[in-house]
Design a protein around this ligand. Sequence first.
Ligand SMILES: [Zn+2]
Length: 164
Amino acid sequence: MTLNRRHFLSLSGVAALGAGLAPLLAARSAPPAASFPYALTDAQWRARLTPAQFDVLRREGTERPYTSPLNDEHRKGTFACAGCEQRLFSSSTKFDSGTGWPSFWQPLDAAVGETRDSSFGMVRTAVHCANCGGHLGHVFDDGPRPTGLRYCMNGVAMTFAPQA
Ligand SMILES: [Zn+2]
């Protein structure tokens, strides 16, 4: 009985979250299963990416925290997708989340898409590159102002170009 009720409550929570996110998802993205403007075969991706990049971008892996040099990148510039070079985040939206992953409170316009991720027994919102579909990380609602969002990114999935 208790279990059933808890189960019900948890499902309600998920439904509420889904309803809240639906307009956001519709406006921003297609699901990863959809085709993307920049598409390569797995073999082509393997040839183009390092094994660590391939694991994150093409297999939704997660890098170990505090391993990316981009954590400590504080120059002005732009973070781009390591798979297709699409510009993703401006340094002006980067903040230190204390998580060990590069974190941002807002992506560049139309740069990323978001999907529901229910792996590992959690319901999270996964973030992918809108151009190639590469997995970048997740977005949470405990970020700083002005958006209150925390885009928790895998540094290995991105490159950084300092402002000229
Ligand atoms: Zn990309």
